[in-house]
Design a protein around this ligand. Structure first.
Ligand code: ADP
Ligand code: MG
Length: 245
């Protein structure tokens, strides 16, 4: 098997005396789709914040694509190929949808040391990403005019343009209709074809089961299960954790 793109070992995070993450181990392999679930307050977003560098952990290690992330600022982690999709997308509202993509495209060309890119080439690539995500006819509109679902697609388009190795989607589908959930899910599932591993955190179980090649479960800061989605969902400890909610 290949080396994991993300390798977390014995991660511990405290808020004062409260232990939010307690010795968590987690690996994600290149292109893999991992579902991360757990009752509210179990530490999922805290784990994401430790990975992206928004929070500092106390113990353990996080390695990403061969780099130890200790001490690295969030923007340096982004440059290594770590992307995150937020619950509330924040594209540049006054820019056109197309221009919103040109920013990360130029940034990625720079960060990955690709040959300097012609503006025309970048615009072509941006339009191709928009077409694949169903936003082609919105290219010239300002992003302020987009619906919530289109805004989330634009955010995923921006993530794709930055050519990450791992994308973390923390409740990226909250508040969307069932049709919109399926559209976003299709985009996340297609990340594999782009070589992008995805960690998806989601409460919608139907989406979780369709998406996940593997599921990991956090309960009060501990990982209690990790493996085949069907098997994990039948695990008595997991059932108990959810019944308690
Ligand atoms: P989840 O995303 O699984 O719902 P969180 O990671 O957001 O859970 O929260 C885990 C626990 O840590 C919760 O009890 C929450 O109140 C606490 N917590 C999260 N962030 C902070 C913070 N910045 N300061 C203090 N406590 C926090
Ligand atoms: Mg959360």
């Amino acid at each position: 098997m290949s080396e994991p793109v993300l390798k977390i070992e014995n991660l511990t995070k405290r808020f004062g005396g409260f232990v939010a993450l307690d010795g968590v181990d987690l690996a994600v392999f290149p292109g893999e789709r991992l579902g991360l679930i757990g009752p509210n307050g179990s530490g999922k977003s805290t784990l994401v914040n430790c990975i992206t560098g928004v929070l500092r952990h106390e113990h353990g290690s996080i390695r990403f694509d061969g780099h130890d992330l200790a001490g690295l600022q969030p923007h340096s982690r982004t440059r290594l190929g770590l992307a995150r999709s937020f619950q509330i997308p924040k594209p540049f509202a006054s820019m056109s949808v197309l221009d919103n993509l040109l920013v990360p495209l130029f940034y990625a060309a720079h960060a990955h040391d690709h040959k300097a890119r012609h503006a025309g080439e970048a615009a072509e690539e941006a339009r191709e990403i928009l077409r694949q995500l169903g936003l082609a006819d919105k290219a010239e509109q300002t992003s302020a005019t987009l619906t919530q679902a289109e805004m989330r697609k634009l955010e995923l388009a921006r993530a794709i343009a930055a050519r990450p190795k791992l994308l973390i989607a923390d409740e990226a589908m909250a508040g969307l209709s069932s049709t919109e959930v399926d559209e976003i899910l299709d985009i996340l599932i297609d990340m594999k074809a782009r070589g992008i591993a995805v960690i998806m955190i989601e409460h919608i179980m139907r989406a979780m089961m369709r998406f996940s090649e593997r599921v990991a479960v956090l309960v009060v800061g501990r990982k209690i299960a990790d493996g085949d989605p069907e098997a994990v969902m039948c695990n008595p400890e997991v059932e108990k954790a959810y019944l308690g909610e």
